[in-house]
Ligand binder design. Structure first.
Ligand SMILES: Cc1cc2nc3c(=O)[nH]c(=O)nc-3n(C[C@H](O)[C@H](O)[C@H](O)COP(=O)(O)O)c2cc1C
Length: 209
């Protein structure tokens, strides 16, 4: 399986070279993330693809992760602060159109989702949308590895600063998790030659037959 080889090749890069990732490859990674499954299928997060150097410098302030500004691209996964009935209605409406259904064809699904999310607090919505964003993060890592693009998933950033700089709050979003893309500077990255360290599969996984 090619994927296993790619996953062994990838690592969380600490030091990137100056080489830029082509827009075509970035677009493929973004499309892969967009195709990621989400619970209830309503994609409760948005993605920001940032190259602007000044913005990235500001985003990296106070973080130990130089990769925030020193890499080719920065992707920000921004979860929804709330799952509103209006959002569910508009998403279901889009689904009906994309599946060539009549309006109201997915009414049962729409009502079920509204009934499920309505009693929830914004805090519950936030936790849930963050979980969905992390599934997208996993896809991004896999897609990047397949394209032989290096990547670093990161939680080491200031979410409040991200919200402020990117104006996320007024969009009803918050920064959930981020990932940088680029190409490893193998000579200057102490992790480039480190061997992959993982539990033996037999310890990690249990088969119950
Ligand atoms: C959700 C998440 C957050 C992470 N945050 C950071 C981070 O802020 N900075 C960093 O250098 N690495 C970060 N990492 C990378 C992990 O440390 C790394 O994936 C782990 O040590 C396994 O090593 P490998 O990915 O190189 O195989 C993060 C990884 C994940 C999945």
């Amino acid at each position: 399986m090619e994927l296993i080889k790619n996953l062994k090749w990838r690592y969380a890069v600490k030091k990137y070279s100056e080489k830029k990732v082509s827009e075509d490859k970035v677009d493929q990674i973004v499309e892969s993330i967009n195709l990621t499954a989400s619970s209830c299928g309503i994609q409760p997060y948005r993605l920001f693809v940032i190259t602007n150097p000044e913005i990235r410098k500001r985003l990296g302030e106070g973080s130990f992760n130089a990769q925030i500004h020193a890499s080719s691209h920065l992707l920000v996964f921004a979860g929804f602060n709330e799952i509103t009935s209006e959002y569910i209605e508009s998403y279901i409406n889009m689904m009906e159109q994309q599946r060539n259904m009549e309006k109201g064809g997915l009414k049962i699904l729409e009502d079920t989702l509204i009934e499920y999310f309505s009693p929830q607090t914004p805090e519950q919505n936030t936790v849930w949308s963050d979980k969905q964003a992390y599934i997208g993060l996993g896809t991004a890592l896999i897609a990047a590895a397949e394209l032989k693009v290096d990547a670093t998933p990161m939680e080491g950033f200031d979410p409040k600063l991200f919200d402020e700089v990117l104006g996320l709050s007024e969009k009803g979003l918050h920064a959930s998790v981020i990932i940088s893309l680029g190409y490893r500077d193998a000579e200057n990255d102490y992790l480039a030659s480190a061997l992959k360290s993982r539990l033996p599969v037999s310890k990690f996984s249990t088969k119950i037959n």
